[in-house]
Design a protein around this ligand. Structure first.
Ligand SMILES: Nc1ncnc2c1ncn2[C@@H]1O[C@H](COP(=O)(O)OP(=O)(O)OP(=O)(O)O)[C@@H](O)[C@H]1O
Length: 634
């Protein structure tokens, strides 16, 4: 997806100053099949989302903590009732206050109503505080639920999904949904609280005079439309920026992780990477800034319209009072009711727009989760045999999405327990892809792979992967303790004995014993108290991890590429020692190491071109013999 347009010119004293680095590649977010979901949505469509967002939020909150939801609902009702009582008793209190007679007498007459107002205000405050408490009980768990669902869905999806176009961008958009889910309950609570307050204040106002409420609504509707339209512009900007943000996020990690810090510095990449980072950030900012005048126009227009209607509301109230259509006490109550309704309507609009805004990001999250669900392995219920004796690959074909030719092209192969098979071939010939088909990480597009007759396309993948051990070319250096770096994936025991045995087989006992905490040492130099291993030591550890599992199928992809000769010897000896109990596959470019294998399979352009024992192929005049001669002619 990311294309660098031109290699950088090397700097020598004779060459002119280097050209500025090329700009970063532009990406387009391909979520929701490349279509902004707001592109064709009308204002009405947008507003009609709110009830469903509210319903969904309530459902999710209900599933998280029922008691907290009930508390929240009761508090909302209390807040509404409190507002109604305060307004109704304001009118009652106003009658004696605005009446005739001495001030002390008028105040005394108003006292009971004032006490009721004070109690109602206190109840409202307590209910509001309890609402926040209930929200505090729901939101963290709801957010964690959404976050965990996303992580779990991605971990459980078919590995092939990562190669689907736009997968990473949609994942990035979904991450935003997780972040926004923090606001969901709060927005919904504030929205409903404002709704209840507005209905009660509006009710009181309508009772005072039927003209007042419609006018008030008119005063706030432009602000509502403005807020929703602003949310739409913000989302459009976010939508346009998703692709660039994905790349920026990725580049940020690659540029700043200590893992690659040597390479970045000693290859003079810092300037280039910072240029990329600044260019990407600049592009994101430019899009965001382009939206600013649109936002300003929306806000100014909606405020002007709202202002005109608000002036109309106050003018109507003054006219009603002056012409005696409402008495003075009612007019005074109306002033309070207008203020309350106005505040409630503004809150309604602000939180309605926020809910609408959040719903857009949540929709991205849901659509990503649906996609991942669609791509989740659905292979069947068959169980892979516990001790597989024979694996057959029958005419298997696998082509990566977007590629013009298959990486594995009509390959047939039989592997038997007790056998060590070496797979060799030039770069890109399909060796790693073949191992992915044999382990069931990918399913063949055509043909099939069977374990003792069980078709991997119909077997539960967890039962398959419980029986495999894999050291991939790019193995993970887990930021965990040394012990977990061996036991991760299959902690068979609470005893360290087998862990040391696995470390012994790859000659790592000494290196681990020298670490300050032995097996308890954290292998992450980024973290305080963490230690770092050398490249070859990490590779030995990755091999010990696979050997520790004692799997019926062991696959090592370039297992010794970073090891010294002793480490290489240790690993090859370990393979020979355990070979009788398992099927062993070694992918390697070290052709001398293939002597350990019973059979060598040679691949070219996704096909098997020759296979046989070392001596036969070494003198067979084929690709293997050619590569062997090249490796010796150095
Ligand atoms: N995740 C992927 N997405 C798209 N294409 C891929 C992916 N992985 C590998 N390929 C392509 O599939 C082909 C076979 O790759 P594979 O990694 O199987 O080769 P290999 O023989 O293991 O190579 P090497 O010796 O370099 O490790 C190559 O053309 C490669 O570009």
């Amino acid at each position: 997806m990311v294309g660098v347009t031109k290699p950088l010119t090397p700097v020598t004293s004779a060459t002119p100053p280097p050209l500025p680095p090329p700009p970063p590649a532009e990406l387009k977010f391909e979520g929701n099949p490349g279509k902004n979901p707001l592109g064709e949505a009308s204002f009405r469509d947008m507003c009609s989302r709110l009830p469903s967002v509210l319903a969904r939020t309530t459902r999710m909150a209900w599933e998280t903590d029922r008691r907290a939801v009930l508390l929240l609902l009761v508090c909302q009702l209390l807040v509404g009732a409190g507002a109604a009582v305060q307004l109704a008793f304001t009118a009652t209190a106003m009658q004696p206050v605005l009446g005739s007679g001495p001030a002390a007498g008028r105040l005394r007459a108003a006292l009971p109503a004032l006490v009721v107002i004070a109690v109602a205000a206190a109840v409202t405050r307590v209910a509001t505080a309890l609402s926040s408490y209930a929200d505090g009980r729901i939101t963290p768990r709801l957010t964690t639920g959404a976050d965990t669902a996303l992580v779990e869905a991605v971990c459980r999806t078919e590995a092939a999904a990562y190669a689907e176009p736009g997968f990473a961008d949609r994942q990035e958009a979904a991450e935003m949904g997780v972040t926004r889910s923090r606001m969901m309950v709060q927005d919904a609570t504030r929205f409903t609280a404002a709704l209840v307050r507005m209905v009660t204040a509006g009710g009181v106002l309508s009772v005072l005079h039927p003209l007042m409420f419609p006018l008030l609504v008119l005063a706030v509707v432009p602000a509502g439309a403005g807020a929703v339209l602003s949310a739409r512009v913000t989302y459009e900007t976010h939508y346009a920026n998703v692709g660039d943000r994905t790349v920026r996020q990725m580049m940020r990690w690659w540029s700043t992780t200590p893992k690659y810090s040597d390479e970045v510095r000693a290859n003079g990449m810092t300037g280039y990477l910072l240029h990329w980072y600044r260019a990407l950030s600049g592009r994101i900012d430019r899009r965001t800034l382009t939206a600013a005048p649109r936002m300003l126009r929306i806000v100014l227009t909606s405020s002007a319209l709202g202002g005109v209607f608000l002036v109309g509301t106050w003018a109507t109230l003054a006219w009603l009072a002056v012409t005696g259509r409402v008495d003075l006490a009612a007019a005074a109550t109306a002033v309070v009711a207008v203020q309350t309704s106005l505040a409630a309507l503004s809150q309604l609009v602000i939180h309605g727009a926020a809910m609408f805004h959040t719903s857009l990001y949540l929709a991205d999250m849901r659509s990503f989760l649906d996609l991942v669900q669609e791509l989740a392995p659905r292979r069947g219920e068959l169980t892979a045999p516990a001790r597989v004796a024979e694996i057959r690959v029958d005419e298997a074909v696998y082509q990566y999405p977007g590629k013009e030719s298959p990486a594995v092209d009509h390959v047939s192969l039989t592997l038997r327990r007790g056998e060590i098979v070496a797979v060799v071939g030039e770069n890109g010939s399909g060796k790693s892809t073949l191992t992915r088909l044999i382990t069931g990480i990918y399913l063949a597009d055509k043909g099939r792979v069977t374990w003792d007759g069980v078709d991997l396309a119909r077997a539960d993948p967890d039962t398959v992967w419980a029986r495999t051990g894999l050291v991939p070319q790019n193995f993970a250096q887990w930021p965990l303790r040394a012990r977990e770096n061996v036991t991760l994936g299959q902690p068979r025991t609470v005893d360290d004995g087998p862990v040391w045995d696995a470390l012994d087989t790859v000659g790592m006992r000494g290196a681990i014993e020298e670490l300050p905490g032995g097996l308890d040492t954290l292998l992450a130099r980024e973290l305080f108290g963490g230690c770092e291993l050398s490249g070859g030591q990490w590779q030995r550890l990755a091999c010990s991890r696979a050997l520790y599992r004692r799997p019926p199928l062991l696959i090592l992809d370039e297992p010794t590429s970073q090891m010294d000769v002793r480490g290489e010897r240790d690993v090859l000896d370990a393979l020979k020692a355990t070979a009788a109990d398992q099927i062993t596959i070694v992918v390697t470019h070290q052709l001398e190491n293939t002597k350990v294998a019973d059979r060598i399979v040679v691949m070219r352009h996704g096909r098997i071109t020759e296979q046989g024992p070392y001596e036969e192929l070494a003198h067979g005049g084929g690709l293997f013999a050619e590569l062997l001669a090249l490796s010796k002619d150095r």
